[in-house]
Design a protein around this ligand. Structure first.
Ligand code: 5GP
Length: 154
């Protein structure tokens, strides 16, 4: 699969653009960050939007770029109640959309009054089109936090 590489600068601009959209359309009480890819955007959004509460859920689905498990498995469940809260779920990318499907269900089960999804990117074939997103690509995206220079020491 072809890959596309995003820089920190591009990602940060994208997060600010998501923040603008949220300010205009949906001011959440709580951000639910999907580990691991959604955590950096979730924390950054929380600071930009005025220190919003961040909750974490971890869902495992991918073993490798093109190898998925049968279905997404929640490895860290949501902690506490979301009763009556407006919640935005933040992830890096909606690919098949199966992870977000599971997370949306969990957030609703926790009592959220309204739920929206914000992602940096989406794939054209996803079954969960985020309410807010910035990039749309059919390539495998490499985020800046996934890359590191190889340092060889003697
Ligand atoms: P989905 O359940 O939508 O197929 O995939 C959700 C998760 O898989 C994403 O949150 C992300 O962690 C990982 N993923 C899917 N596609 C990509 C991609 O193109 N690049 C990266 N870095 N992760 C991806």
């Amino acid at each position: 699969m072809d890959k596309v590489y995003l820089t920190w600068w591009q990602v940060d601009r994208a997060i600010f653009s998501l923040a603008d959209e949220l300010r205009k359309n949906f001011v959440p009480d709580v951000i639910v960050g999907v580990a691991r890819g959604g955590l950096i955007p979730a924390v950054r959004l929380s600071h930009i939007l005025g220190d919003l509460e961040v909750k974490v859920i971890d869902v495992k689905f991918y073993k490798d770029i093109e190898e998925r498990m049968e279905k997404p498995v929640i490895t860290i469940p949501l902690h506490g109640s979301l009763e009556g809260k407006k919640v935005v779920i933040v992830d890096d990318v909606s690919d098949t959309g199966k992870t977000l499907e599971v997370v949306i269900e969990e957030v609703k089960k926790a009592g959220a009054e309204e739920v929206k999804v914000a992602c940096l990117s989406m794939k054209p074939w996803t079954k969960v089109v985020p309410d807010f997103y910035v990039f749309r690509t059919d390539k495998w995206i490499v985020f800046p936090w996934e890359e590191f220079p190889v340092v060889v020491r003697e």
